[in-house]
Design a protein around this ligand. Sequence first.
Ligand SMILES: [Zn+2]
Ligand SMILES: [Zn+2]
Length: 395
Amino acid sequence: MSELRSAIESFQADDLRAASDEQLEADFTELQQACQALEAERLRRLSEIHRRQSHRRDGYLTTASWLVDRHRLGWSAASREIRTARSLERMPRTKEALATGELTSSALHMLVWARQAHPAQFRQSEEALVETARRVPAGQLQRTVSHWRQKLDWEQGLKDAERLREQRRLTVSTTLLGMVRVDGDLDPETGETMLSALRDCMRADSSRRDPGDQRTAAQRRADALGEVCRRWLDAPDRPLVCGERPHVAVIVDLEALEGRAGRRSELDHVGPVHPEIVRRLSCDASLTRVVTRGRSEPLDVGRRTMVVPAPMRRAVVVRDGHCRFPGCDRPPPWCDAHHVKHWADGGETAASNLVLLCRRHHRLVHEGGFRVEIEAGRPRFLRRDGSRLEEMAPP
Ligand SMILES: [Zn+2]
Ligand SMILES: [Zn+2]
């Protein structure tokens, strides 16, 4: 080291005004290369200090804090120096070129930047990149390295996306309580589709949200999922399976359907449900009925039958326009045609016995204790205690 210092001192003693142009330029070239060679050695020592953590002797917790305090570097410069020094240990070609003075500091930083982005690919491309760095000016090298990175980022990005997609899954299972548990991870595209559909469905629903709506956000999301799936099942252009379009299937015996205590009242996939739920589902449904008498004797292995034929449904829609429950204006796609007197109890499937009710009010009428009667051709809604709900204009 003292030789280095005395060499520097002898340079400092040179009288540059006396030197020829050629001499000056040759000196500059040599010093430029020597500086880079010295830089390589400086970084090699920094890397070794970092490896040994020798600064801990003086109580410095990190190499960066040692550089900041002892050598008055800024924090970000200190981190960059350490990063460069450590990277260089794994960049043999770059190190070599720097040691022979063929690489500038800015070229070195660009190569370190490239390696940090794609270490494995850099190992394969190092020779070519260093060769470019030897030949071209900094600006051109930056373009070359940027292209190299962009191409790999693109490929890496695609690979990452594909790896993410591979992890997609959805499990749907019934629980002992008769609920259906949904759990899964969706790839970004499917997730986005689902979120858009749910949000749109919830927005359409909440635009006519009544003040009495006590549902939580999670409950409304669950309802929206049901609505989205129901619309798919109701879509007329779905492919046929065994000659019909699969739909919600119920297995029920006549006693249960007639509102007497029956033995069977089940949904095909979920299992037993309350008979009143089956009564509601069969009120206006395009469902597959398997009505049994007793345990094993099927009465009506129903193909998918429309309980309310499409033309009659259209007539009810034209007549009612929206849900007829007082104060509600949910439009027909959200509605069922409710049999005022259930067909299982001998009620007629005719427009005069049908009234349009949205899914939530249909549930209120079947399972919530409200009643509806037809009086002089108009529906009349009654509370559980028999008092009459006044007809309100829809909001
Ligand atoms: Zn009904
Ligand atoms: Zn309604």
